[in-house]
Write a protein that binds this ligand. Structure first.
Ligand code: FO1
Length: 344
């Protein structure tokens, strides 16, 4: 059984821990196609937050409290950069984490594609699943905002922040880390996506897949940038493998992260049905054959999509592996139904 998972963010990393446990038990092979829209170059270093979240989480080196970066981290370089007032001071790079960015940047500068760099980094971390960036090309999520350039001073109620005129685009990391997504936000733009090509191995993995799963990641800034790479969406819609998504929303709130704020920008309800509507059912030209929701959302209906309710809290590896198993079993059933329909 070959499983491909589209993923990004910490929710996606946790889901992959369950996918790996399921694979170890069943002999399945897992390939993760990972978002690179959060990637950014800062202090001359190429930072790939989603690839690193997955790699550190699966490799046992992630900080579970913070949700990003390395466990047992120290911050000497960050303090030294701040002493030079080297911007951006709002983004924290830990000393251990910086080693990863140094290796990545050196290899990229030497001409290796990001997919090869990721494979090299994984020799150390042994994640147990194959990690592929969605693209080896430049693809960055930018956010069109208005409002102050500088966050308001939280110490001073009188400080509204420095005014910054009309609409402007800022990098996703500036929107999220510096402004906590609190600026008036108009849209997300995947810079470079139209010219990007799927990274080496991505289309082959999708063509060979028995099952494609969409992790409970942020649909707007983790999964949409992957689907924006020309060729990837089509490989899913035209491919033989059934596509089953896992809702990142339980009740009316994201399991983790900022999906509520991102969905609001798109005017999509923050519900399991809202996210499924974004992906669309295969019958309507969308992606999904199946959609897993939590039992609290068991009444969810999505046109042309089989909805199944199973517990979606990724409380530990066993619970998450059970979610993955339910998703794979749904996909296998749906593949059988599709073959039956085609034959009949
Ligand atoms: N998130 C923060 O809230 N503050 C930070 O200073 C920060 C630094 C950082 C450095 C490396 C890295 O891989 C991730 C980092 N993150 C930080 C997390 C990141 O901004 C986002 O949570 C993800 O991009 C969303 O998936």
């Amino acid at each position: 059984m070959r499983i491909v998972v589209l993923t990004g963010g910490i929710g996606g990393a946790k889901f992959l821990v369950g996918a790996r446990a399921y694979a170890r038990r069943t002999g399945a092979e897992v390939t993760a196609v990972v978002n690179v829209g959060d990637d950014v170059v800062l202090h001359g270093l190429r930072i790939s937050p989603d690839l690193d979240s997955v790699m550190y989480t699966l490799g046992g080196g992630a900080d579970p409290e913070r949700g990003w970066g390395r466990v047992d981290e120290t911050w000497t370089v960050k303090q030294e950069l701040a002493a030079y007032q080297a911007e951006p001071t709002w983004f924290g790079l830990g000393d251990r984490d910086i080693a990863t960015h140094l290796v990545r940047t050196t290899m990229l500068n030497a001409g290796y594609p990001l997919s090869a760099v990721t494979e090299a980094l994984c020799v150390r971390w042994q994640p147990g699943v194959r990690l592929l960036p969605a693209t080896d090309d430049r693809l960055e999520t930018h956010v069109v905002v208005s409002g102050p350039d500088q966050p308001a001073d939280p110490e001073s109620a009188a400080d509204p922040g420095q005014s910054g005129g009309g609409e402007r685009a800022i990098h996703f990391q500036e929107w999220w880390v510096r402004h906590r997504g609190a600026l008036p936000t108009h849209r997300f733009v995947f810079v470079g996506a139209a010219e990007a090509k799927p990274a080496a191995g991505v289309l082959d993995a999708l063509a060979a897949a028995d099952v494609v799963l969409i992790a409970p990641s942020n649909p707007v800034v983790s999964i949409a940038p992957i689907l924006a790479v020309p060729g990837i969406r089509q490989a899913l819609t035209d491919g033989a493998a059934p596509v089953v998504g896992v809702s990142p929303i339980i009740g009316d709130a994201p399991v983790r992260g900022m999906a509520d704020r991102c969905l609001a920008v798109l005017d999509v309800p923050c519900t399991a049905a809202g996210v499924a509507g974004l992906y669309g059912g295969r019958g309507d030209g969308g992606l999904l054959d199946g959609w897993l929701v939590d039992p609290v959302d068991a009444a969810t209906r999505v046109d042309g999509v089989e909805v199944e309710a199973v517990p979606l809290w990724m409380s530990d590896e066993t619970a998450t592996a059970a979610m993955v198993e339910a998703a794979v079993e749904a996909a296998v059933r749906l593949a059988g139904a599709r073959t039956g329909r085609a034959a009949g």
